[in-house]
Design a protein around this ligand. Sequence first.
Ligand SMILES: CC(C)(COP(=O)(O)OP(=O)(O)OC[C@H]1O[C@@H](n2cnc3c(N)ncnc32)[C@H](O)[C@@H]1OP(=O)(O)O)[C@@H](O)C(=O)NCCC(=O)NCCS
Length: 193
Amino acid sequence: MRLIFQGSLNEVPLILDTERLRLRPITSKDTGDLLLYHSDPAVVRYIPWTVRSSAEVETAIANYATLPMALNHEGDSIVLGWELKSSGKVIGQSNASLVSLVNQTADVGWVTSRGFWRQGYAYEASAAFIDFVFSQAVVRRIVANIDTRNPESARLAEKLKMRLEGEFRQSIFTKGEWCDMWQYAVLREEINQ
Ligand SMILES: CC(C)(COP(=O)(O)OP(=O)(O)OC[C@H]1O[C@@H](n2cnc3c(N)ncnc32)[C@H](O)[C@@H]1OP(=O)(O)O)[C@@H](O)C(=O)NCCC(=O)NCCS
């Protein structure tokens, strides 16, 4: 088992413990840690947001505070920061949204602060996070939409047992250009095989 739930799923705050990380809600105290990677062009290159200022990070954190932290209704979202236990710093984050209630499908995403790339943190956090998302009663399928110019993220999806299900040419217009996207997916019944 890759994670430990602390408290019941209905309690706030939601905490997921892994070996090196504590996944937990992000607060205004984390602004400086988030600014390091939210303001990094290399980090945000293939994710929806643009490079953020400190004020924009504060706004993002204020928005995170409004999220239900559970997936019950279409559009519900969860964002958890990855606190490095050894330092107390937030070095990345996971997100999930319930994109379709009738189809019981959530999408997930992951971001690691650049100084911590290639140290297994995204895998450690995302494996625990995916287990948690599948613990939500309405989720039976998890997808990740990944820009085809981001093979590092695709390899991570594969390591997380996600399957490449298709390539969608010029399916997203973002940051001034049309982007080709891969869709990766995994079913609840597949994750523990
Ligand atoms: C993609 C990203 C989250 C990976 O984070 P990470 O913490 O470096 O990933 P990990 O160290 O846990 O690596 C897990 C696996 O991902 C793959 N991977 C990660 N970085 C890679 C790289 N530079 N080249 C090739 N594969 C890579 C590998 O399969 C790796 O497993 P391995 O170490 O056993 O080979 C990170 O590069 C990132 O934050 N990128 C910017 C944000 C982003 O694009 N997010 C995804 C949007 S879809």
